[in-house]
Design a protein around this ligand. Structure first.
Ligand SMILES: Cc1cc2nc3c(=O)[nH]c(=O)nc-3n(C[C@H](O)[C@H](O)[C@H](O)COP(=O)(O)OP(=O)(O)OC[C@H]3O[C@@H](n4cnc5c(N)ncnc54)[C@H](O)[C@@H]3O)c2cc1C
Length: 454
């Protein structure tokens, strides 16, 4: 395809991935038509609903830098240096994410980040923005995309090829292709849901440490809170849908109040609107999407959450979606046909998407249960020590995922499994004083872990 004279590329979904991808394609001279069912965020205030703020890590930052938009994103970011764990007695302990100054992750407002990316895309005159257009189906055999115009309710069709569907976890494009049996989809829903609540600012200041991600792990469920630039925090409760401690059991204000006072005692005084917000805010579902294939010839490719939505416990869904965008952009150097481009993209990303999906599920158990477990804390300390001693071979898995975009997710998962065995072995053979054997550590690390490339 020749950017200048090929027909416009449709990007369905002007969310995080769709907006960034529009910038990248426009920078290469492609004509882009960007559709979204929402109103233009440049003309409306922030939309309520799905996660108000997100954790941005190195993979996302690397992608935003590659797209040349990081200077505009940086002012939106709040660094978080670790998890501030609130135990049941109300004591807190900071568990740093990494051990180097720059090993932090950033809280960012979804709406503000999305708006910046849309503004950046709009700077290119080859990008046409079409808001309040709901895509209802992709029909490859007829080469059409179907839309409903929400401004003056009409339905219409547009040429399909080439389309990149970035319409998120509930992708309408994916649903229509699945209904036509052109792709197969498995959606593994978690039996835990989430609800967002607010810890407001006091006199414009954060009422908890404003440079941490706060976690109230309670084994089986948890509350977390990420700081916002206005001094507030957005808190999220992750809880089973049904059962003893569950959303179903919190069916009235008294039950909510009692539950929070019992489980999150120190948080309750910071949440004056708790019961009102609990009743008013939606209860969101969480799940993992497994899709095969990710593309139909050179007509349509699914990317970001539309292809591989994951649970949010590693804070990587957006980071992975951004990484998708720069991988696709990089592959454009090698391809001038859509079909091999889409096929290569799927080949490059599928194993990585599967790896982060699994690691994200594992991280839920880690965040809600094991961060309070002494064995976990001990092994984490051993891991940090090994990283100091063998920086080119041993990097804790969490750090590989969050701080090392040069290590693909699948490789982080593979090395992480080897490292977990080393940690278990060293931990089980501690001496009477509790110290690990440095000689054994040396042998295990050098025998089992090759130096990390790059
Ligand atoms: C509670 C929660 C917390 C999270 N926290 C983090 C985190 O800390 N870090 C992180 O990296 N990720 C996080 N994620 C994941 C992150 O939100 C997603 O991975 C990311 O938004 C994916 O980007 P996307 O562009 O693929 O989809 P989206 O950002 O969802 O964008 C989809 C876009 O498509 C539009 N759209 C949808 N359907 C249609 C249609 N039929 N027609 C036209 N337009 C349509 C939508 O309006 C939207 O603009 C979290 C997710 C949740 C649910």
């Amino acid at each position: 395809m020749k950017p200048a004279n090929s027909r416009p590329t449709n990007i369905v979904g002007a969310g995080l991935a769709g907006a960034l991808l529009s910038v990248l394609l426009a920078r290469r001279g492609f004509k882009v038509t960007l559709y979204d069912r929402r109103p233009d965020p440049r003309e409306t205030s922030a939309e309520g609903g799905r996660s108000i703020n997100l954790a941005l890590a190195a993979r996302g930052i690397h992608s935003l830098e590659r797209a040349g938009v990081m200077d505009r994103v940086r002012p939106l970011l709040i660094p978080m240096r670790g998890r501030m764990v609130h135990d049941a007695s109300g004591s807190t302990a900071l568990h740093p994410y990494g051990q180097r100054e720059h090993e932090v992750i950033y809280s960012v407002s979804r709406a503000a980040l999305n708006r910046v990316l849309i503004e950046e895309a709009a700077r290119h005159n080859t990008v046409e923005m079409r808001f309040e257009q709901t895509c209802t189906a992709a029909v490859p055999e007829r080469d059409v995309l179907r839309f409903r115009d929400r401004k003056n309710p009409t339905e219409y069709e547009a040429p399909l090829a080439p389309t990149i569907a970035t319409d998120g976890a509930g992708s309408a494009v994916r649903t229509s292709l699945a209904r036509a049996q052109q792709v197969s989809v498995r959606e593994d829903w978690l039996d835990h849901d989430y609800k967002e609540l607010t810890i407001p600012a006091r006199a414009g200041r954060h009422v908890l440490d404003g440079k941490s991600l706060h976690v109230w792990p309670r084994g089986g469920f948890m509350l977390i809170a990420l700081p916002n630039t206005d001094g507030s925090f957005t808190a999220t409760l992750f809880l089973a849908r049904a059962g003893q401690n569950s959303f179903a059991a919190l069916s009235n204000a008294t039950a909510v109040d009692e539950f929070f006072r019992r489980e999150f005692t120190d948080a309750v005084p910071l949440m004056p609107e708790l019961t009102r917000e609990f009743a008013a805010h939606p209860q969101g579902q969480l799940g993992t999407v497994h899709l095969t294939p990710w593309h139909i010839g050179g007509s349509v490719l699914l990317l970001g959450d539309a292809a591989h939505a994951i649970v949010p416990f590693h804070g990587q869904g957006m980071n992975a979606a951004f990484e998708d965008c720069i991988v696709l952009d990089g592959l454009l150097d090698r391809h001038d046909e859509w079909e091999p481009l889409f096929a290569d993209f799927a080949h490059a990303r599928r194993a990585n998407a599967a790896a982060i999906a699994e690691m994200a599920l594992e991280n839920y158990t880690e965040m809600r249960d094991t961060v309070l477990d002494t064995g976990f804390v001990r092994r984490k300390a051993i891991a940090m020590e090994l990283e100091r001693r063998f920086p080119d071979r041993f990097i804790p898995r969490y750090s590989m995922v969050m701080f090392h975009p040069e290590i693909p997710y699948a490789e982080a998962q593979r090395r992480g499994a080897v490292q977990a065995k080393i940690l278990a072995e060293l931990d089980s053979r501690r001496d009477a004083s509790g110290a690990t054997d440095p000689q054994l550590a040396d042998t295990l690390v050098k025998e089992r872990l090759t130096p990390i490339a790059g």
